[in-house]
Design a protein around this ligand. Structure first.
Ligand code: C2E
Ligand code: MG
Ligand code: MG
Length: 695
C-alpha cells in the first residue's frame, strides 16, 4: 500500500520477510514442537513394539516347535531318520527357520537341515534391531510312565522376517506421527492467520491510512467479527487515543500559532512587528536585487499621538492605532506591506518602485488617507502623520539600514513639520545622529550643572520701565559650548524629559525671584512652559508646592505657553489654565501669530497676555503684511481685554511704531539681551535705555 501524503510510513511492515510473519513463525514453532514430541513418542512406541515383537517371535517359534515335539520325540525314540527328516522338512516350511536338527542326548545329529539367511538390503537395520539369528532348542521326551530324555530338537531362526514386519509397522507409526504434526501445525497456522494475522494486517492497513497531521479525522476500522473481542477493544482504544492525540495536537498547534503571532505580530493592530517586517524587507530586497528593482521603505509616525492619549484616554488611543493600522492595510494605492514598529510608528514597503515620483505620490496619498477623521466610540478624531522615506538601493542595502534611515528621517521631520513626507538625505542622517547624541548628553546635563537660566527684561516702552523678566534656559555643553534652546528644548519635549526639566526651571526661577526679592528687587518672572507640562495631571499642585517652598506670590509668575500647545487637548489645557488662574498665575500666549491663532480658541482660554512673535516685529517697518498682522494682534488683544507684548524689539523705530499702535510692552535686544541674574540686578538699579545710542 502506498502511504498517502502525510500518512504513516511503515515501510518495514510492507517489506516484512515472510518468515518474520507471526503466522509463519507460529507454524514453525508448532511444527518443530509437534515433530519433536511425535518423534520422541514414536521412538518410545517403536522401542516398546520392538520388545513386543521379540517376545512374539520367541512365542511363535516355541509354539511351532511344540507342534513338532511328539513327531520329533517319536523319530529320536525310534531312531527313525526318515521321520526325523520329515519333521525337519516340516519345520523348513516356516520361512524364518534356517537350520533345524534332531540330536541324540550325546549331541550328535540324527538329522539336520539348513538354508542360507535371507538376503535383503534392509538387513543392516533388521540385524541392528534383532540379532541376525536366534537359536531355540526343545528337549525331546517320550511320554512313557517315566518320561525319559531322548534328545533335542534344535532350530535357528533368521530374525529378518519378523524384523521386516516390525519395521513396516514402525514406519507407519512414524509417518502417522509426522502427518498428524504437520496437519496440526497447518491447522494452527490457518486458525492463527484467520483469527489474528489477517485482522491485525487489516488494522495495520487501516492505521497506515491515518494522516498523522489529522490522526482523529479517520477511524481505524474494526475487522469484521472482531467487534467484541480483544482486537475490537484494541481498535476502539486506538481510535480514542488517536482522537486524544488530535485534540492535543490541535491545542499544541493553537498554542504554537499563538506564540508565533506573539513573537511576530503586534497584538493590538494585528500587523507584523518589527522582527517580521525586517524579514519581509530582507525578502523584498533579495527579490529586488535579482530583478533589478527598487523599493521604498516608509516610516509613518502619527503626529503628537501622546496628546490623543492624554485627551481621550488610552483605550481610545488604542482604538485610533487599530483604525490607523486598518487604513494602512487597506490603502490600495500601490502594492505594499505594512507593520507596526512601535507605539505610534508604522512602516511600509512599496515594491517595484519605478520612480521617486511614484513614491512621493504614494506617500501623499497615504497622508491623505490617514488624515480623514476617524470615528471612534462616538468621537470624531483627526490625526496627521509624518513619513520618512528611504530607498533601496540608494539609501541602504540591508533592512536594518533602510529602516533606520526611514525612522531617522521621520523623527527629524516630525521635529520641524507635521503632516509631511520627507526623503532620506545623508546630511539629515548626520543630523539625527547628532540629535541622538544630544539627547543622551541632555539626560545628564542637569546633574552636571550645565544648565542655567538667563533673564531677559520685559519693558514698558512708553514709561521706559522694567516690568519683569522672561526666564530663558541655557545649556553650556562641555564640548560643544552653548547650545540654543531651540535645538535642545524640542529634544527634551520629544522624550518627555521636558517635564522634569520644566519643574527644575520653575524652581530655579522661583529661587531667583526670592533672591532678588531678598535683595529688594521685586521682579515678575515669565517662564516658558511646554505643552507636555500643562498636560501633567499634578502640574498645578506641584507648581503650588514650589511657590510655597519659596514663598512666592503667584502673581509674580507668568507662564508663557505657545498656541500649538493647546492643540492636543483643549479641554485639559483650559482646565489647567483655569486652575492656574485660580491660584493667581497669569498665562501668556507665546509666539502669537505663528500658530493657528484661532479666535474661538482664544475666547475659551483663560489667558491674560499675547506675545507678538518676533518674526512679525523683525520686518515691521518693511513688510506691510507684518505691519498689518501686528496691528491686528494689538487690536485683537484690546478687544479681548488682553495685554499685548511685542518680542524681538531690536530698534527704536520698531519700539516707536509699537507705542504708536498702542502696544506699550516690549522685549528685545533693543533693551537687553537675556543676561545672568547678577547683571540683571545692575540693570534694574540703572536705567533702561529706550533711546538708540549712536556710537
Ligand atoms: P521664546 O519664549 O519666544 O523666547 C524668546 C526668544 O527670542 C529667546 O530665544 C530670546 O533670546 C530671543 N530674543 C529676545 N529678544 C530678541 C531680539 O530682539 N531679537 C532676536 N532675534 N531674538 C530675541 P532663546 O532664548 O534662544 O529661546 C528660544 C526659545 O526656546 C524660546 O522662545 C522658548 O520657546 C524656548 N525656551 C527658552 N527657554 C525655555 C525654557 O526655559 N522652557 C521652555 N519650555 N522653553 C524655553
Ligand atoms: Mg517665551
Ligand atoms: Mg516667543
Amino acid at each position: 500500500m502506498q502511504p498517502t501524503a502525510g500518512s504513516l510510513h511503515l515501510g518495514t511492515f510492507n517489506q516484512q520477510r515472510w518468515h518474520d510473519r507471526l503466522s509463519i513463525r507460529l507454524m514453525g514453532w508448532v511444527l518443530a514442537t509437534s515433530l519433536a514430541v511425535g518423534l520422541l513418542l514414536s521412538c518410545i512406541q517403536v522401542a516398546v513394539e520392538a520388545s513386543t515383537a521379540r517376545t512374539h517371535l520367541d512365542a511363535d517359534i516355541q509354539e511351532s516347535l511344540a507342534t513338532m515335539r511328539s513327531s520329533a520325540s517319536q523319530a529320536v525314540y525310534s531312531l527313525d531318520p526318515i521321520l526325523a527328516r520329515q519333521v525337519l522338512d516340516g519345520l523348513l516350511t516356516i520361512e524364518a527357520v534356517i537350520e533345524a536338527s534332531i540330536c541324540h542326548p550325546n549331541g550328535s545329529a540324527m538329522a539336520e537341515v539348513s538354508r542360507p539367511l535371507a538376503e535383503s538390503p534392509y538387513r543392516i537395520f533388521t540385524d541392528l534391531l534383532f540379532d541376525p539369528v536366534r537359536d531355540y532348542s526343545l528337549a525331546l521326551y517320550m511320554p512313557t510312565p517315566n518320561p525319559t530324555y531322548y534328545g533335542e530338537l534344535r532350530v535357528s531362526i533368521d530374525t529378518y522376517y519378523a524384523a521386516q514386519r516390525f519395521l513396516l509397522r514402525a514406519l507407519i507409526t512414524f509417518v502417522a506421527g509426522l502427518t498428524s504434526a504437520l496437519v496440526l501445525a497447518f491447522v494452527l497456522y490457518l486458525a492463527y492467520h484467520y483469527f489474528l494475522t489477517s485482522p491485525i494486517k487489516q488494522i495495520i492497513d487501516s492505521l497506515l491510512r491515518i494522516n498523522p497531521a489529522e490522526p482523529g479525522l479517520q477511524n481505524v476500522l474494526i475487522p469484521t467479527n472482531h467487534e467484541n473481542d480483544e482486537l475490537g477493544t484494541l481498535v476502539k482504544a486506538t481510535n480514542e487515543l488517536l482522537a486524544a492525540i488530535e485534540s492535543h495536537q490541535l491545542k499544541r498547534d493553537e498554542a504554537e500559532a499563538r506564540v508565533i503571532r506573539l513573537s511576530q505580530f503586534d497584538m493590538l493592530t494585528g500587523l507584523p512587528n518589527r522582527t517580521l517586517f525586517r524579514s519581509y524587507l530582507q525578502g523584498a530586497i533579495d527579490e529586488a536585487s535579482v530583478s533589478d528593482q527598487k523599493l521604498a521603505v516608509f516610516c509613518v509616525g502619527i503626529d503628537d499621538f501622546t496628546s490623543i492619549n492624554d485627551q481621550f484616554g488610552y483605550s481610545i488611543g488604542d482604538a485610533v492605532l487599530q483604525a490607523f493600522a486598518e487604513r494602512l492595510k487597506a490603502h490600495k494605492d500601490s502594492v505594499h506591506t505594512s507593520c507596526r514598529l512601535a507605539g505610534d510608528q508604522f512602516a511600509l514597503i512599496q515594491f517595484n518602485v519605478l520612480s521617486t515620483l511614484r513614491v512621493a505620490a504614494f506617500a501623499e496619498a497615504l497622508l491623505k488617507e490617514v488624515s480623514r477623521p476617524f470615528e471612534i466610540k462616538d468621537q470624531i478624531i483627526s490625526i496627521n502623520a509624518t513619513i520618512g522615506i528611504a530607498l533601496y538601493p540608494e539609501d541602504g542595502m540591508d533592512p536594518e539600514k533602510l529602516l533606520q534611515q526611514a525612522e531617522h528621517t521621520m523623527t527629524l521631520a516630525k521635529s520641524t513639520s507635521h503632516n509631511q513626507f520627507h526623503f532620506y538625505v545623508a546630511s539629515i542622517d548626520a543630523e539625527i545622529r547628532e540629535r541622538k547624541q544630544l539627547e543622551r548628553d541632555l539626560a545628564h546635563a542637569m546633574q552636571r550643572n550645565e544648565l542655567f537660566l538667563v533673564y531677559q527684561p520685559q519693558v514698558n516702552m512708553q514709561a521706559c520701565q522694567l516690568i519683569g523678566v522672561e526666564a530663558l534656559l541655557r545649556w553650556n555643553h562641555p564640548t560643544r559650548g552653548f547650545i540654543p534652546p531651540d535645538v535642545f528644548i524640542p529634544i527634551a519635549e520629544s522624550n518627555d524629559s521636558i517635564v522634569d526639566l520644566g519643574y527644575w526651571i520653575i524652581e530655579r526661577a522661583c529661587q531667583q525671584h526670592r533672591e532678588w526679592q531678598t535683595g529688594g528687587l521685586t521682579l515678575p518672572v515669565a517662564i516658558n512652559i511646554s505643552a507636555r507640562q500643562i498636560y501633567q495631571k499634578d502640574f498645578v499642585d506641584r507648581v503650588t508646592a514650589i511657590l510655597q517652598q519659596y514663598q512666592i506670590d503667584p502673581g509674580q509668575l507668568e507662564f508663557e505657553i505657545t498656541e500649538t500647545s493647546f492643540m492636543g487637548d483643549l479641554d485639559l489645557a483650559v482646565s489647567t489654565l483655569r486652575s492656574l488662574e485660580e491660584i493667581g498665575i497669569p498665562c501668556a500666549v507665546d509666539d502669537f501669530g505663528t500658530g493657528f491663532s484661532s479666535l474661538s480658541y482664544l475666547k475659551q482660554l483663560p489667558i491674560q497676555k499675547l506675545k507678538i512673535d518676533k518674526q512679525f516685529i523683525r520686518d515691521l517697518m518693511d513688510d506691510p503684511d507684518d505691519t498689518r498682522i501686528v496691528h491686528a494682534i494689538i487690536q485683537l488683544g484690546r478687544s479681548l481685554k488682553l495685554e499685548v507684548i511685542a518680542e524681538g524689539v531690536e530698534t527704536q523705530a520698531q519700539m516707536e511704531f509699537l507705542i504708536e499702535d498702542e502696544c506699550l510692552l516690549g522685549q528685545g535686544y533693543f533693551f537687553s539681551k537675556p543676561i545672568p541674574p547678577k547683571d540683571l540686578l545692575e540693570l534694574a538699579r540703572s536705567h533702561i535705555n529706550c533711546r538708540e545710542t549712536t556710537s
